[in-house]
Design a protein around this ligand. Structure first.
Ligand code: MSP
Length: 485
């Protein structure tokens, strides 16, 4: 039961589906924003992009959340929460192509089909399970997950559960997975995460319980209606149910907390059900807020919608990518955000655009010249960074070109020039801005559109990166960014 073959030129990427009972915070926004940048980059490159995000709704924590908010109708509670998530992504200008919720029929149907395929394959069996279960992880823990008897991630005491459960024969796929990992060095990125997964798989895979008895919320097991399917087994399948025609995914993006589900359980599930594996799983780091862990108790959870009221969305996007080397842990601080706005966005970029357009406005000839600034632009290098998910480096490389362009003004001193000499310098500056708008668009969409509008052009795509497309008219606008106090 393989999905339709992915034709050349497709690019399918996903974020995790977030737990619906939480509220979107800056951590979720980070993954979702970076995925948005990659999606826009691939669209600019002419790919048929499908960007999927969504919500994980079948967890017991959903039931608890509904009770907390006084909802007896759990579905109505998830609908109310889902609206909040969607509104947050809209406020942040996220352009996803699909949004999947695991309570949707289209999802449940695929889960049932998937389960049936694995069952038919003989990889699901009934057994007894006794072990420690963390309700926040929604998973049975192994000794490595514990610190002082508590779940190391959530610092909460796990529950001892002894249940009749249905098991997935994970152990059967250990060798096949190991071979896949060894033959595909880019399957799990970055390297630290790959090593972590490799050593986990080498240490031996045990079969896992994939059902929970006596729970009233979730997808019923087709083989035994007194059980529901374990929420992770259900949730991972969203990547197929959310975009069946685009499978296999080119990229699953997520935080490092859920790498094992995506790089161990998910590929084995796919092997058992007869699907192709995703091309790549990339796990970024976690961030703290002003050096502290983000937590409700500390009261430092950052609401992205509130943040977007205080700062331009483009500045938030820029900061998140530029500040934290993608893949590493990092820290979020508004002080640093303001510094980046005032330094790079106002001074380097904003002033450049303003200066060039002011010069161009005063010039009354037609802008003609020979391309010379483009010699400093290495598009292949930038594209290579994106390909390796070195998001901050890609942005750095674009920024070097912005700095070169700034230097070009200082060197050429166009305010002292006139006639063909001035025309030539302006030609290079305006073309440089035009090319910057195309390259910056994935990172700073509103800003890029504003630059190209000031050049009186439609925003171009990567086909338009060669100097020569500037039409010779401008419509100078306001400064791109206001300095922040
Ligand atoms: N529902 C599961 C995922 C199922 S995918 C088939 C889940 N949901 S979650 O709401 O807990 O989201 C976890 C993800 O949120 C992380 O993998 C990461 O993408 C993002 N982040 C949550 N907190 C974060 C930080 N503090 N820092 C960076 N990313 C964070 O797990």
């Amino acid at each position: 039961m393989a999905g339709r073959k992915r034709t050349e030129g497709k690019f399918y990427l996903t974020t995790p589906i977030y737990y619906v009972n939480d509220l979107p915070h800056i951590g979720h926004s980070y993954t979702t924003i970076v995925a948005d940048i990659i999606a826009r980059w691939q669209r600019q490159a002419g790919k048929d992009v499908y960007y999927l995000t969504g919500l994980d709704e079948n967890s017991v924590n959903t039931v608890k959340g509904a009770a907390k908010y006084g909802y007896t109708d759990i579905q109505a509670y998830t609908d109310m929460m889902a609206a909040k998530w969607m509104a947050a992504w809209q406020a942040l200008g996220i352009q996803y192509d699909g949004f999947i919720r695991t309570t949707e029929t289209r999802h449940m149907e695929v889960v049932e089909k998937f389960f049936a395929a694995v069952y038919k394959n003989g990889d699901i069996y009934k057994g007894k399970y006794e072990g420690l279960y963390c309700e926040n992880c929604e998973a049975f823990l192994v000794p490595a997950d514990l610190a002082d008897g508590k779940c190391a991630l959530h610092k909460k005491e796990p529950k001892m559960l002894a249940e009749e459960n249905y098991f997935f024969r994970l152990s059967k796929y250990q060798q096949q997975l190991l071979r896949h990992l060894e033959e595909h060095p880019d399957f799990v990125m970055p390297k630290e995460r790959r090593n972590e997964v490799l050593s986990f798989v080498r240490s031996g895979l045990k079969d896992i319980s994939i059902s929970r008895p006596n729970i009233d919320w979730g997808i019923r097991l087709p083989a035994d209606k007194s059980h529901v399917i374990w929420v992770w087994f259900d949730a991972l399948i969203n990547y197929i149910s959310g975009a069946p025609d685009y499978w296999p995914a080119d990229l699953h993006l997520m935080g490092k907390d859920i790498i094992r589900f995506h790089c161990v359980i998910w590929p084995c599930m796919l092997m058992a059900a007869g699907y192709e594996l995703p091309k790549r799983v990339f796990a970024h780091g976690f961030f703290t807020i002003d050096g502290q862990k983000m937590s409700k108790t500390l009261g430092n959870v950052i609401d992205p919608v509130e943040l977007a009221k205080k700062y331009p969305i483009d500045a938030i996007r820029y900061y998140l990518v530029r500040e934290i080397p993608f893949g590493e842990d990092g820290d979020f601080s508004e002080t640093m955000l303001k510094q980046r706005i005032n330094g790079e966005l106002v001074s380097d970029l904003g002033n450049l655009v303003y200066r060039v357009l002011t010069l161009a406005e005063k010039f009354d000839g037609s802008v003609e010249g020979k391309a010379e600034l483009d010699a400093h632009l290495d598009i292949r290098k930038i594209d290579g960074h994106i390909e390796r998910l070195e998001m901050n480096r890609a942005l750095d490389a674009i920024w070097s070109f912005i700095r070169v362009t700034n230097r070009y003004i200082n060197d050429k001193k166009p305010w002292k020039l006139s006639g063909p000499e001035l025309s030539h310098v302006l030609y290079n500056l305006l073309e440089s801005l035009r090319v910057c708008s195309i390259l910056l668009y994935p990172f700073l969409p509103t800003t890029a559109e504003s630059i190209s509008a000031q050049l009186d052009l439609e925003l171009g795509t990567f086909k338009d990166l060669k100097f020569g497309a500037f039409k010779g008219r401008i419509r100078k606008g306001r400064h791109l960014f206001e300095p922040m106090k």
